[in-house]
Design a protein around this ligand. Sequence first.
Ligand SMILES: *C/C=C(C)/C=C/C=C(C)/C=C/C1=C(C)CCCC1(C)C
Length: 240
Amino acid sequence: MELFLNTFYFLGDVPNDLVGFTFFIGTMAMMAASVFFFLSLNAVDAKWRNSILVSGLITFIAAVHYNYMRDVDPGDTTFFRYVDWILTVPLMCVEFYLILKVAGATKSMMWKLILWSTVMLVTGFFGEFNGGDALGLGPAVWGLLSGIAYFIIAYMVWFGEAKKLAVSAGGAVEKAHNTLAWFVLVGWAIYPLGYMLGTEGWYSGLNDIVSLDMNVVYNIGDAVNKIGFGLVVYNLAVSK
Ligand SMILES: *C/C=C(C)/C=C/C=C(C)/C=C/C1=C(C)CCCC1(C)C
């Protein structure tokens, strides 16, 4: 079996290299999803075209980063990972705005989501970069700060401004919003788990229970969230 899989040289040493394998599958999945979303552009009503375009951009940006990270030492992916996220997560915030525009969503709501997602990612980066040494705070404190920003985003989407707009829109828009809200609550929670597996802190005992490389967890999170988000939007765009 090992010999068989390794025949596909591009997969690398598959059985012993889960990280490389998930980067490879991740690249393919992101590419396929991008093609799908871009080709769907003309099949949807004009008012959803920007939403589908953004779905495709999110997976396309990830595909480019994944294709690159495939060849990077798993210990050195942090920088590219966060460059990817700082581009794609704000685009997910744009996605909420585009969907809720029919109910009168304002740019100010969009910018608030983008602001908090930037805070979430910048603090997370400080927690991972150089062992979380920045300002001498350590990964646990940076992770907590990041978690607070994450909580604010989840609150806005579940109970705040965004939720109220979704309720007033009703119908397919509200349903799509609610599904996206679940992605934020459950899908996005995959990331702090990866963070705890890959950084040092009070939670380091977790490594004895779950022995996964942080990259594997982040790669699973990205596949679920980037492709999943896009499909929810696609589903809304083709619903009548
Ligand atoms: C496509 C990429 C996405 C949806 C990335 C999302 C990333 C997060 C929700 C990251 C969250 C983090 C925390 C809540 C605490 C620890 C540090 C982070 C940045 C991993």
